[in-house]
Design a protein around this ligand. Structure first.
Ligand SMILES: Cc1cc2nc3c(=O)[nH]c(=O)nc-3n(C[C@H](O)[C@H](O)[C@H](O)COP(=O)(O)O)c2cc1C
Length: 322
């Protein structure tokens, strides 16, 4: 744990997951300001968008934040992000190219890579990762993992031989969960859904309310909501779109019920179609319930929307308590 705190220049080994557009500058800044580690998800950002978001974070905190890039998409804003002094880059869904690694190192930035088993851990270590994020299939959002966090973590820790910090990610939402994975050897934990249910997150109010009202059993790992990102697995809260699709026998693309329905508009006025990967954010209008609300299996512990700083404090106190 100490190695991680020093590496990332943080006080608590609690990392806010890169939760797409829901990771607002206010959320990242608030988490980092609390002594944990906040992050921006810049996979779909242009260099200008990234500059704008990083500027907003800087106006709110002087503490470090990281930037995430999902490597299924071209990291258009990576260079600008580094130029603007973001000290840590965290990749998921792929391994960085030699050019990306060279760029990161030329700015003396640190590099984290999300892995899911022994082989991906060894590959990330061979590329010089400074830390690993081990994701299990309990995770909310897009799920790279094909096994449980318990099993994946064991494999990844063995592969790492404790030479670098390994963070546990997926379904973690309490200090008790944190203790479980820290006892297994993790150096820290990553939480996505728990922070989506915070005051500062960019999730639509109805999405936040659904997180609070739902339990772990209400989530499902599926390929249902894939308009915008291939046939990747993702964990969501079961909604009317999912139930309609399941009732029809989970048909393939082209045969799905209501496939051409426009169910809302994003804040820029652009149509949101049924089965879109876009989660409802503040400013989205339409049938919010039918949209994709990502969530991990830790929902039973999410009972209230709170400031991110309170979430960090509660998790830490619960972790260090009896
Ligand atoms: C709303 C939402 C959006 C997400 N977006 C991203 C993303 O942009 N990049 C990424 O690497 N992971 C993303 N994830 C997955 C998280 O990195 C992490 O694996 C997950 O939140 C951990 O599970 P938990 O939600 O149960 O804490 C997202 C998760 C959620 C809930």
């Amino acid at each position: 744990m100490d190695k991680l705190l020093e590496l990332l220049d943080i006080q608590y080994p609690i990392i806010q997951a890169p939760v797409g557009g829901i990771a607002t500058p206010a959320l990242a800044a608030s988490v980092s300001d609390s002594g944990a580690f906040g992050g921006l998800a810049l996979s779909w950002s242009t260099p200008e968008d990234a500059e704008n978001k990083i500027g907003q974070v800087r106006a709110l905190t002087s503490r470090p934040v990281y930037a995430n890039f999902v490597l299924n998409f071209e990291p258009k804003a990576l260079k600008r992000t580094l130029e603007l002094g973001i000290p840590v880059i965290q990749f998921s869904w792929g391994m960085p190219s030699p050019e990306m690694i060279h760029l990161i190192r030329s700015y003396q930035a640190k590099m984290g890579i999300q892995v899911t088993d022994k082989e991906s851990a060894l590959r990330a270590i061979s590329l010089g990762a400074d830390y690993l994020v081990c994701q299990g299939w309990q995770a909310g959002g897009h799920v790279q993992a094909s096994t449980s966090l318990q099993k994946a973590l064991k494999e990844v820790l063995q592969a790492s031989k404790h030479a670098l910090p390994v963070l546990a990610s997926g379904g973690i939402s309490s200090g008790k969960d944190m203790k479980t994975y820290m006892n297994l050897g993790a150096s820290g934990v990553v939480m996505g859904s728990r922070f989506v249910a915070s005051n500062e997150s960019g999730a639509h109010a109805l999405y936040k309310e659904t997180l609070v009202a739902s339990g772990s059993e209400d989530t499902v790992l599926t390929v249902c909501m894939n308009k915008g990102w291939g046939s990747t697995f993702h964990r969501i809260i079961k909604n009317s779109t999912f139930k309609m699709w399941e009732t029809e026998g989970c048909p393939i693309i082209g045969n799905r019920p209501g496939e051409l329905d426009v169910i809302g508009k994003n804040p820029k006025g652009i149509d949101i179609e049924r089965y879109s990967i876009s989660a409802p954010t503040v400013g989205v209008t339409g049938d919010i319930e039918a949209m994709t609300c990502y969530a991990g299996t830790g929902l039973d512990n999410i009972t209230e929307i709170k400031p991110a700083s309170v979430i960090v404090e509660e998790i830490w106190n619960e972790y260090i308590g009896d």
